[in-house]
Design a protein around this ligand. Structure first.
Ligand code: VGL
Ligand code: ZN
Length: 212
């Protein structure tokens, strides 16, 4: 798969809280730094996303008396998994992993900053209606094909890639540059939805073109 100037690499939520030692650590999360740094030079355009919650965010189990992390609750917009408190604005956990070196990134998109709604996807909040502005940004810049790496494969990466397809972008997930949470079959589910939606899942070694 050859990278072109209208492709964009979107690195999702490579933050301390999703890495080993963090509040919502994804197993082996920091091991994707190496493949990401290896492929990034091939891309002319790079975007980072940053999960960025207020301290009393509705997705936190702590915000719901009697609830525990990984419980599911019904919110106005549908079911919402409750998470350990993570990626609180301004905290160490919300910072990018200290070893992440993507200085050419052109945009850092923050999401999940509204107290009453979560945002897995880089394009829409969890009501699937409220846009983050990323689609407009990519369209204005003529970027038509989205490549995803980051955390977590079965949540923020997955929802982002599916929304990219829904919005008419091509979407490619770099499987070995992602790690999953794997909660109640979420990996099997997202794999199925990728196949149905036309999200390509490839390994980093399949990429070619531009600087290596
Ligand atoms: C994420 C759960 C809660 C993610 C963010 O980045 O996949 N997952 N917030
Ligand atoms: Zn979050």
């Amino acid at each position: 798969m050859r990278i072109t100037p209208t492709d964009v690499l979107i690195v999702v939520d490579l933050q301390n809280d999703f890495c080993p030692g963090g509040q919502l650590a994804v197993a082996d999360g920091d091991s994707i730094l190496e493949p990401i740094h290896r492929i990034a030079p091939r891309f002319e355009h790079i975007v980072l996303t940053q999960d960025w919650h207020p301290p009393d965010h509705t997705s936190f189990a702590n915000s719901h008396p009697g609830k525990k992390p990984y419980d599911s609750i019904a919110l106005a917009y549908g079911p919402q998994t409750l998470w350990p408190t993570h990626c609180v604005q301004g905290t160490h956990g919300a910072e990018f992993h200290a070893d992440l070196r993507l200085n050419r990134a052109e945009l850092i998109l923050r999401k999940g900053f509204r107290r009453e709604i979560d945002s897995y996807s880089a394009f829409f909040e969890n009501d699937r209606i409220t846009p983050t502005g990323l689609a407009g940004y990519l369209r204005e810049r003529g970027l038509t094909r989205t490549f995803f790496a980051g955390l977590a494969y079965d949540f923020c990466v997955g929802f982002s890639a599916l929304d990219a397809r829904r919005l008419g972008f091509e979407a490619v997930v770099l499987r070995d540059a992602c790690r999953a949470i794997d909660l109640n079959g979420s990996v099997t589910q997202i794999d199925l939805e990728f196949a149905q939606a036309g999200v390509a899942v490839v390994q980093c070694a399949e990429l070619s073109g531009a600087a290596a």
